[in-house]
Write a protein that binds this ligand. Structure first.
Ligand SMILES: Nc1ncnc2c1ncn2[C@@H]1O[C@H](COP(=O)(O)OP(=O)(O)O)[C@@H](O)[C@H]1O
Ligand SMILES: [Mg+2]
Length: 295
């Protein structure tokens, strides 16, 4: 297995410019933990993204993560939040999400109307991380709420309560999207995207992806490797017969089924082929590639 989920960061940071924040309470990790017993959500880095994330946080810069679905963006944010000891508020964006879903609203409680913070407001008040997954799905009024938080003012105006919250130094906004789905209508406006430091994600190199799939599924690495060969062949079809390639997430599902005793060809059909396409001819083609690869 890949030996170290993530190197220690701080020694390589330029200490002169680093500000020290009071330690926030650490949320109990609910995700699989690193094999080294660090207590952090398990994450195998592709490069220097952990150091970049920490630096962006210390410099109070908002962060944009781009990359295909199921390649580890959400796990990365959970890992870093836990590592930095910050509360994490995650929102999956969709086109019905309103600005009030993020900021908060008055709710009826026992005859009274009580203001209830949304996840963005909570993250600002607590000085934690607000992570907006698939931010391009959100409506325009949502992105507008983010603007004053993503420039040097770092404020969140709450029109309904008349408050103007100043984000504490430890607050960080992280957004992600999948450029593969991008259409002209569904891309981030330059005025929004130019407010973020961006990191591009892709699937891990073979050895590391094998370590991740083995660790997450419990299937030994030598049995994971043929699945990764197949995944690489299927990923090469992206843009021709397939809209999206096989994700690391699907590989974990497939390996978990095999580890639980499902026959490999059934697991491959259920976890790697059916989720990718509804087209019968394409399915037949993919099944043939699977047979040729796995034998
Ligand atoms: N670098 C990685 N380290 C550890 N697990 C990973 C990594 N990349 C992917 N995974 C696995 O793949 C799954 C999907 O990753 P996720 O972070 O949800 O993808 P995304 O947010 O990019 O769609 C995770 O639950 C985890 O099992
Ligand atoms: Mg995600």
């Amino acid at each position: 297995m890949f030996p170290h989920p993530c190197r220690p960061l701080s020694p390589s940071l330029p200490q002169a410019t680093v500000r020290v924040f009071p330690e926030a309470p650490r949320a109990a990790p609910s995700l699989p933990e690193a094999a080294n017993g660090s207590g952090l959500p398990y994450y195998v880095p592709a490069g220097n993204e952990c150091a970049l994330f920490e630096l962006a946080w210390r410099k109070r810069l908002p962060l944009l993560l781009k990359g295909p679905t199921g390649c580890g963006k959400t796990r990365f944010v959970a890992h870093m939040a836990s590592r930095l000891g910050l509360p994490l508020h995650t929102v999956s964006c969709h086109d019905d999400l309103t600005a009030a879903d993020l900021t908060g609203r008055y709710l009826l409680k026992g005859g009274d109307t009580v203001w209830t913070d949304g996840p963005l407001t909570r993250a600002v008040r607590e000085g934690g991380i607000c992570y907006l997954d698939e931010v391009v799905e959100a409506r325009k009024d949502v992105t507008v709420v983010l603007h004053p938080l993503t420039d040097d003012r770092r404020i969140l105006p709450l029109d309904r309560t008349g408050e103007e919250l100043q984000a504490p130094d430890s607050f960080m906004l992280v957004v992600s999207y999948n450029p593969g789905y991008q259409t002209l209508l569904k891309s981030l406006k330059p005025s929004t995207r130019q407010r973020f430091v961006a990191i591009e994600f892709d699937f891990l190199p073979m050895d590391r992806e094998a370590a991740v799939v083995a660790a997450e599924s419990g299937l030994p690495e030598d049995r994971v490797r043929p699945l990764l060969l197949l995944a690489r062949r299927l990923r090469a079809l992206k843009g021709q017969d397939l809209e999206e390639g096989v994700s690391t997430r699907l590989l974990v599902y497939c390996a978990s089924l095999i580890a639980a005793g499902v026959a490999p060809e059934e697991a491959v059909a259920a976890a790697l082929i059916e989720p990718l396409t509804d087209d019968a001819d394409v399915k037949t083609g993919l099944t043939e590639i699977a047979r040729a690869t796995l034998g």
